[in-house]
Design a protein around this ligand. Structure first.
Ligand code: IPM
Ligand code: MG
Length: 358
């Protein structure tokens, strides 16, 4: 039996988490796995109830679980709050406290969605499948930051900091992932300008000797943001630091038709790992039935693979999503990719029906 902590959060978070739970319930029956679900408030929902974005109790609940499924946090209601009280602190604290330093963001184009992407088919290629490995507990997000009020001016700063160990551990994981895929790793940085990027390059190039079957190349982040659109087929695994990974993964999601399609897994040296869609809480569509739960459902599929070693159950979810999209079902964000536009819970129901059917 596996204990899963569900953290729905704000906006569309609760709606997408209940669809993922629906799918996990189906998996329980078909694959004979037992899950126990525990639930906690995070983000704005926790601020409203307890005055803080993440309580000690919820953090403990997560630590006592086998895996965490996170929805989304944030919204205009809490935008005026000072930094340490903002909803986003919930996810940042979880990543840091659980030492989840590697964030895997697969960018996969489901065939049926080629028309949903604003990028022309000829640029997308036939088999778009990129794995972005984003460093998750360092860089600008967690470096020294502050604001100084001078006599005539205000200065604010965020510091990008990396230690050699921080780089090495996430790079090791990226090399191993590349070795089990097409064997191509691209380190994305800004080493023509940034000292941290030069350290990344030095360490990663030194490590390359241990991975003779992985072809390593380097790319500046500005060029990478262009190459992702011009020629995405050139990429297999992209390794990059925290902020660059945040920005590039939103950009790459456009290739797949919608940001509502991209799941992620945040891994470390110890469990529990955390799974979450890469999109935000979309407060503008919350409660309308328009949210796309597929990123969250695919995050649950990643959980089955990476936390529980249930590869065939994970595959079954991905296959079900593929079939449902092939039949033309989709949520409103998929535009031209969906012949039959259905609601959040309807698409969850349809995907559920296809689990375990070959
Ligand atoms: C993401 C999000 C988060 C991030 C926010 C919500 C703090 O954009 O997971 O990509 O910046 O990491
Ligand atoms: Mg982001």
């Amino acid at each position: 039996m596996f204990t899963i902590a569900l953290l729905p959060g704000d906006g569309i978070g609760p709606e997408i988490i209940s669809e993922a739970e629906k799918i996990l319930n189906a998996v329980e029956h078909i694959f004979n796995i037992k899950f126990q679900f525990v639930e906690g408030l995070v983000g704005g929902a926790s601020i409203d109830a307890h005055g803080v974005p993440l309580t000690e109790e919820v953090l403990q609940l997560c630590k006592n679980s086998d895996a965490i499924l996170f929805g989304a946090v944030g919204g205009p209601k809490w935008d005026h709050l000072p930094k340490e009280k903002r909803p986003e602190q919930a996810i940042l604290k979880l990543r840091k406290d659980l030492n989840l330093y590697a964030n895997l963001r697969p960018v996969v184009l489901f065939k049926a969605l080629a028309d949903a992407s604003p990028i022309k088919q000829e640029f997308l290629g036939d088999d778009l499948d990129i794995m972005i490995v984003r460093e998750l507990t360092g860089g600008l997000y967690f470096g020294k930051k502050g604001k100084e009020e001078g006599q005539n001016h205000v200065t604010a700063f965020d510091t990008m900091e990396y230690t050699d160990d921080q780089i090495r551990r996430v790079a090791r994981l990226a090399f191993n992932i590349a070795r089990n895929r097409k064997g191509h790793l691209t380190l994305v940085d800004k080493s023509n300008v940034l000292e941290t990027s030069r350290l990344w390059r030095a360490i990663v190039s030194e490590m390359a000797a241990d991975y003779p079957h992985v072809k390593l190349n380097y790319m500046y982040v500005d060029n990478c943001s262009m190459q992702l659109i011009l020629n995405p087929a050139q990429f297999d695994v992209i390794l990059t630091e925290n902020t660059f990974g945040d920005i590039l993964s939103d950009e790459a999601s456009v290739l797949t038709g919608s940001i509502g399609m991209l799941p992620s897994a945040s891994l470390g040296d110890e469990k529990p790992y955390l799974y979450e869609p890469i999109h935000g809480s979309a407060p503008d569509i919350a409660g309308t039935g328009k949210a796309n739960p597929i990123a969250c459902i695919l995050s649950a599929a990643m959980m089955l693979e990476y936390s529980f070693g249930e590869k065939s159950a994970s595959k079954a979810i991905i296959n079900a999503v593929n079939k449902v999209l092939d039949e033309g079902y989709g949520t409103f964000d998929l535009r031209a990719g969906a012949k039959h536009v259905v609601s959040t819970s309807e698409i969850g129901d349809i995907i559920k029906k296809y689990i375990g059917i070959d």
